[in-house]
Design a protein. Structure first.
Length: 246
C-alpha cells in the first residue's frame, strides 16, 4: 500500500491534487488507516496512470471519471488508444518544429518559402495522422516509414493528396442517405482504401481499426463532426461492410 505522499512523489502529482481527486470520486483511496491516512494499492496506481493519460489528452476530470467507472472499461484497449493519440500528437509536433525551422531559414534569407508553405504543417499534419494513428497499434516502424514517405512528396503532390482525401469524406457524406451498404458508399470506401497507399498499405484489420479510431480519438472526431455529426459512425459501418465482404 502507498500513502498520499508516496503516490505524490511517484507520479509527480501534488498531494492537494490527489485530495481533490478523492473529493470528486475520481481516485478514491483503497482504504483509510485508523489514523485517517489515505492508502492506495497497485490498482489505484494504474487508475491514476489512466487519469494522467486522459488529462494529457485534454479530457475533463468528470468525463474521465465516467470513462473509468464504466463497467465495460477495458484498460488494455484504453492504453492502446492512448498510444495512438500520443503518436499523433508527436508527429504533429515534429511537423510544426520542421515548419518553425524552415520559417527561421526563410526569415534569414537562407531558404525561400511560399506563403502556402508557411501554413502547410497545420493541414498536412491531419493527413499524416491517418497513417500513424492506426499502425502504431501494430508496428512503430510503419509509423516512421509512413512519415518518411509523406515527407518525400513535393508540396504540389501533398496538396493533391490532401484535396483527394477531403473529397473522400465529402463524397461519403453525399452517400449517407443511400446507406452504408450502398454501392455508392462502398465505392467511396474503396477509394479511401486506395488513398491510404500514399502513406501505407493497411490490411483489413488495420483498415477497420483506422475507421474505428476516427470515432474514438477526440481530435479526429471533432474534425469529422464538423463535417457531419454522423460521419464517423456511418464511415465505420461502411468500412465494416467493406471488410466483411472481403
Amino acid at each position: 500500500m502507498y500513502t498520499v505522499k508516496e503516490i505524490s512523489t511517484l507520479a509527480g502529482v501534488s498531494v492537494r491534487t490527489l485530495h481533490y481527486y478523492d473529493q470528486i470520486g475520481l481516485l478514491t483511496p483503497t482504504r483509510k488507516a485508523e489514523n485517517g491516512y489515505r492508502q492506495y494499492d497497485d490498482a489505484a496506481l494504474l487508475r491514476l496512470q489512466q487519469i494522467l493519460f486522459y488529462r494529457e489528452l485534454d479530457f475533463k476530470l468528470l468525463d474521465i471519471r465516467a470513462l473509468l467507472d464504466d463497467p465495460n472499461f477495458d484498460q488494455v484497449a484504453a492504453l492502446e488508444e492512448h498510444g495512438v493519440a500520443l503518436i499523433a500528437r508527436l508527429l504533429r509536433v515534429e511537423n510544426l518544429i520542421a515548419t518553425v525551422d524552415d520559417t527561421i531559414k526563410h526569415l534569414k534569407g537562407e531558404k525561400e518559402m511560399s506563403k502556402k508553405a508557411l501554413f502547410e504543417a497545420f493541414s498536412e499534419e491531419k493527413q499524416a495522422e491517418y497513417a500513424k494513428e492506426a499502425e502504431e497499434k501494430y508496428d512503430p516502424e510503419i509509423v516512421r516509414a509512413s512519415n518518411r514517405k509523406w515527407k518525400g512528396y513535393s508540396a504540389e503532390k501533398k496538396q493533391t493528396i490532401l484535396d483527394e482525401g477531403n473529397q473522400v469524406y465529402v463524397d461519403m457524406i453525399a452517400a449517407m442517405p443511400k446507406g452504408a451498404d450502398s454501392s455508392e458508399a462502398q465505392a467511396v470506401v474503396k477509394r479511401w482504401r486506395k488513398h491510404m497507399d500514399y502513406f501505407w498499405t493497411p490490411n483489413l484489420d488495420q483498415l477497420l481499426g483506422l475507421a474505428t479510431m476516427y470515432g474514438q480519438s477526440p481530435e479526429f472526431k471533432t474534425k469529422f463532426d464538423a463535417m457531419h455529426p454522423d460521419l464517423t459512425t456511418f464511415f465505420r459501418e461502411a468500412v465494416e461492410i467493406y471488410v466483411a465482404n472481403k
